[in-house]
Design a protein around this ligand. Structure first.
Ligand SMILES: *[C@@H]1O[C@H](CO)[C@@H](O)[C@H](O)[C@H]1NC(C)=O
Ligand SMILES: *[C@@H]1O[C@H](CO)[C@@H](O)[C@H](O)[C@H]1NC(C)=O
Ligand SMILES: *[C@@H]1O[C@H](CO)[C@@H](O)[C@H](O)[C@H]1NC(C)=O
Ligand SMILES: *[C@@H]1O[C@H](CO)[C@@H](O)[C@H](O)[C@H]1NC(C)=O
Length: 332
């Protein structure tokens, strides 16, 4: 009985001291200094009871609509902030001024459109995820000049233009995801500052062609995704300096022709690394280059047999691989 009341006393002392403080309806894991508010009926940032020692905070599937510098200043040791699928419509300027250790910020699936200047300045962010919002334009003013971002995900937004000025501030970027936007054009040289890029995802945009020089500074590019665009023409030296490229997806475009030499620099392609399916290839004399390349590099090509001719009518649906020299000569 006596020991029982001692236990109760110790527990009470613990609670009153605040060691166990935690926002209502959230879970706190003091040893990991982690707080999780998952699918709870919150409409405002849960400031009350948030332990000052928190380094990792997740608020997801709630109805909070905004977050400010004042909110975040309550947890100055924060390193990771995950805000997946809330109703955030706005972020305040200088949002990260009170969290000088924050390196990861995930804002996937919110309702963000216009963001103020300096919204992501101040913290040494390495990873910024803005996937699936309503962003029309990504501004250079969002970030400080000495940004340390290595990972930027702007996929599934409403971008129509490449954020050229923003890229000037991202010399350390290794991963860039612009997939599923509405980008029509990549201006020449706009990717030049991104010399460390290893992964570039442009799939699901409206690109019709690419400038011959646009990828030439990316000596470390290993993954390039161009699926589901409207690419109808590629310059023969487009991939000239991509000797590290392991994966290249060009499927589901409008390519009628693979220009001579295009694929030659790609010495590092992995097994099944190249996808060229679902393109309306014209199997005239000009398909000879692709035909020869496929014979030599079949293993590096995904579903090589499914790369088919669209034209001429007499060869429509024929696998390019199965064309005979006779077919090629006939059509040249
Ligand atoms: C958010 O608000 C909607 C509409 O009012 C409601 O249906 C939903 O249950 C709320 N979500 C949470 C997690 O409380
Ligand atoms: C950028 O530099 C300023 C001044 O040198 C510094 O206070 C700030 O923390 C740095 N920001 C990042 C993201 O490194
Ligand atoms: C390219 O990658 C290698 C190996 O990962 C690395 O050592 C090198 O610094 C990178 N070069 C650039 C320009 O980032
Ligand atoms: C691309 O490679 C060529 C040949 O190796 C080289 O001369 C050129 O400087 C490279 N381009 C860039 C932008 O690095």
């Amino acid at each position: 009985m006596k020991s029982c009341s001692i236990v109760v006393f110790v527990l009470l002392a613990y609670f009153c001291h605040g060691t166990f403080s935690c926002p209502a309806s959230c879970q706190c894991y003091p040893r990991r200094t982690e707080v999780v508010c998952n699918a709870v009926p919150l409409t405002e940032y849960p400031l009350e009871g948030l332990p000052e020692s928190t380094t990792m905070l997740t608020i997801q599937f709630t109805n909070i609509t905004s977050i400010s510098e004042r909110h975040l200043s309550a947890t100055p040791l924060l390193q990771e902030l995950h805000l997946f699928e809330n109703q955030l419509q706005s972020l305040s300027s200088h949002l990260l001024r009170g969290v000088p250790h924050l390196h990861t910020l995930d804002l996937t699936r919110n309702k963000l459109s216009d963001l103020p200047a300096d919204v992501f300045s101040h913290a040494p962010l390495r990873s910024l995820v803005l996937k699936n919002n309503l962003i029309k334009q990504a501004d250079a003013e969002w970030l400080s000049d000495n940004s340390s971002l290595t990972w930027l995900d702007l996929s599934e937004n409403h971008l129509t233009k490449i954020p050229t000025a923003l890229f000037q501030k991202l010399p350390n970027l290794e991963n860039l995801d612009l997939s599923n936007n509405r980008v029509e054009k990549i201006p020449a040289n706009c990717l030049d500052p991104l010399t460390k890029l290893e992964r570039l995802n442009l799939q699901g945009n409206k690109l019709e062609t690419l400038d011959a020089n646009v990828l030439q500074g990316m000596h470390n590019l290993s993954y390039l995704f161009l699926t589901r665009n409207k690419l109808n023409k590629l310059p023969p030296n487009l991939f000239q300096n991509l000797s590290q490229l392991k994966i290249l997806s060009l499927d589901d475009n409008q390519l009628s022709n693979i220009p001579t030499g295009l694929l030659d620099p790609l010495n590092s392609l992995e097994e099944d690394g190249l996808d060229l399916t679902v393109n309306p290839l014209q199997c005239d004399g000009k398909v000879g280059y692709l035909w020869r390349w496929l014979q030599k590099n079949k293993k590096k090509v995904l579903l090589a047999e499914s790369i088919t001719c669209a034209l001429p009518e007499s060869l429509s649906g024929r696998s390019v691989m199965t064309l005979t020299e006779n077919d090629l000569n006939l059509q040249s």
